[in-house]
Ligand binder design. Structure first.
Ligand SMILES: C[S@@+](CC[C@H](N)C(=O)[O-])C[C@H]1O[C@@H](n2cnc3c(N)ncnc32)[C@H](O)[C@@H]1O
Length: 284
């Protein structure tokens, strides 16, 4: 089947379409989904993260849900990485001076004294852990409490392109793209935190949400946590309305965010900026 999909497209634009067709097949995307859902087809999210890190060094970078560590491998900022089950690739240390790995759930991490012990205030954070909305909501609450002034928080997988990938049943999740129901963070933030500036970047395959304006003292989300869970737990994206989701949360070209003047990361950048490179005394 995959071979026949491959033969349906010839050179040029073909590779992108072939990858998309393979991804659709694994993710259980139907023809109806293709018509109704929007789709992030811009640059891959890992490339956009790397581009941000190539031009900005933060006092501290946080990543929740890391698996191999490919997304933080080439970066220079001191990094805190949290995952209950790391499958680290070679070379994840890269040029950074500090890498702190916490092999535990994000709930355990935020409940611990670890951020305070490190003195870590995060200038940039990427949240890509468990793909159920209540987990991501807790990760966002925990991260905001440790945010540096002007810090930016990125959320992954909030822009699904098919119904099957939005299931809450982890055992029924399709191979490849499982976004779960973290799409709910977008309407939840619209309703409860209109003070935040939320931008959905057109990053393949499932978007990258950038949140500016976080405030470590804000308790609106934690105070409303139980009510939010009761309101949103059983809502499907169809019940919310796929068309409304597309209309309410338009995709924005990543370059128009990262290239903004002044940079959305300007305030959170490290005062002691150091763009890495190996020190001269490294032995061959
Ligand atoms: C989609 S993968 C992360 C991919 C990685 N960020 C990347 O871009 O290559 C999700 C990761 O979340 C981790 N995870 C699952 N439950 C978690 C939890 N409660 N807290 C933190 N991480 C969790 C999994 O172990 C898995 O490695």
């Amino acid at each position: 089947m995959i071979g026949s999909i491959g033969r349906m497209f010839g050179g040029g634009e073909a590779r992108r379409k072939r990858n998309e067709a393979r991804r659709d097949l694994r993710a259980g995307v139907t023809d109806r989904d293709r018509v109704e859902f929007g789709r992030a087809t811009g640059p891959h999210y890992v490339g956009v993260l790397h581009e941000i890190h190539a031009t900005h060094v933060f006092d501290w970078y946080l990543e929740v849900g890391c698996r191999t560590g490919r997304s933080f491998a080439p970066i220079c900022s001191p990094t805190v990485a949290v995952d209950p089950f790391f499958r680290l690739a070679e070379g994840v240390m890269g040029p950074k001076r500090e890498l702190h790995l916490f092999q535990q759930t994000s709930d355990e991490f935020f409940a611990s004294a670890a951020p305070a012990r490190l003195g870590a205030r995060f200038g940039f954070a990427f949240l890509d852990g468990m793909h159920l909305f209540e987990y991501l909501l807790r990760d966002l609450i925990g991260t905001e409490r440790c945010l540096a002034p002007g810090g930016v928080i990125a959320l992954h997988d909030c822009y699904p392109f098919g119904r099957a990938m939005t299931t809450r049943e982890v055992s029924a999740a399709p191979a490849g793209a499982w976004t779960g129901d973290v799409w709910k963070l977008l309407p939840i933030l619209t309703e409860h935190r209109p003070d935040l500036r939320v931008t959905v970047l057109d990053c393949a395959p499932t978007g990258l949400v950038m949140i500016e304006g976080g405030d470590p003292a804000n308790r609106v989300l934690s105070d409303a946590y139980d009510a939010i869970l009761a309101r949103w737990h059983d809502v499907t994206i169809e019940e919310y309305s796929i068309a409304r989701f597309r209309d309410d949360f338009p995709l924005v070209a990543p370059a128009s965010f990262t290239g903004r003047d002044p940079s959305p990361f300007a305030a959170a950048r490290s005062a002691t900026e150091h763009l890495g490179g190996m020190p001269e005394w490294v032995s061959p």
